[in-house]
Design a protein around this ligand. Structure first.
Ligand code: MF3
Ligand code: CO
Ligand code: CO
Length: 269
């Protein structure tokens, strides 16, 4: 199958695209695996950014966020009530924090985009619950991906589960098509109804990246123009995978090589 542009303006990628995304996705997941041992009380998020910048250089990859629409760093680090697009900085992480680290690496033009939650030392039980609900939300969204279903099936699977756990789904940000571009059609909403949106077809490549809040859904963006926070200042969590639609389901390009899917990560001694 060669790459073609479908009628909806959504690129259907062929074997070359899937191979490129596999390589880029694996490297991005490896970068997150590499960070696990460094996410400890006292580390700054800019030190974690530096680790990924060096990892990218050593692997001949380019961190896509750097200078993307003026974003100043190579990764996003979103701590506690920060929903997404947190900018790495000099403030140390503290015991009990939860942090989303979002890595996008470009390898030979292909974008591998993935994020996970990390716990800093021991975290409160309510934070643990939110992280678990958010991971399960992503995996239920992924399980809904199949040709003939719609993007609305993905949103419904995520929304139904998250709200059933008394959590809320952020509306202002969504998953996105990607490949040779960082962001392209289709938009993948993390809420909605089966049958809404666009029909899924083999060859579509996109992210699913639900942001789930312990409190209410509304968010606001801080004056830095990037940092999105919950309006009620309650905790928010997010996980993200890049996937490709296959004939009978999907391929996840950004699985953790070390099995660090969801914290607490059992790190081998
Ligand atoms: N990686 C984010 C996503 O999942 C996008 C970050 S854009 C940035 O789509 F500019 F904030 F880095
Ligand atoms: Co993304
Ligand atoms: Co991302």
């Amino acid at each position: 199958m060669d790459t073609e542009i479908g009628t909806s303006g959504i690129t259907l990628y062929g074997l070359e695209g899937f191979a490129g995304m596999r390589t880029a996705g694996q490297l991005a997941a490896e970068a997150l695996d590499m960070l696990v041992e460094y996410v400890v009380p006292g580390v700054t998020t800019e030190a974690l950014d530096q680790r990924v910048m060096e990892f990218a250089r050593d692997h001949k990859a380019v961190p896509a966020p750097l200078n993307y629409r003026g974003f100043p760093k190579g990764i996003c680090t979103s701590v506690n009530h920060v929903v997404c697009h947190g900018i790495p900085g000099p403030k140390p992480l503290r015991e009990g924090d939860i942090v989303n680290i979002d890595v996008t690496l470009i390898v030979d033009g292909w974008h591998g985009d993935t994020s996970r939650m990390f716990s800093v030392g021991q975290i409160p039980r309510k934070a643990e619950r939110l992280v678990d609900v958010t991971y399960e939300s992503l995996m239920r969204g992924i399980a809904a991906v199949k040709p003939g279903q719609t993007t609305g099936h993905i949103g419904e699977a995520i929304q139904t589960f998250a709200e059933g756990q008394r959590c809320s789904v952020v509306r202002e940000f969504c998953g996105h098509g990607l490949g040779l571009n960082f962001h392209e059609p289709p938009n993948i909403l993390h809420y909605g109804k089966a049958g809404e949106g666009v029909e899924l077809k083999p060859g579509m490549i996109f992210t699913i990246e639900p942001m789930i809040n312990l409190g209410r859904a509304p968010v606001k963006v801080l004056p830095d123009g990037w940092t999105a926070v919950t309006r009620d200042r309650q905790l928010s969590a997010q996980f993200e995978h890049s996937i490709g639609v296959t004939e009978d389901g999907c391929e996840v390009f950004t699985l953790s090589p070390k099995g660090y899917h969801c914290p607490p990560f059992a790190v081998a001694a």
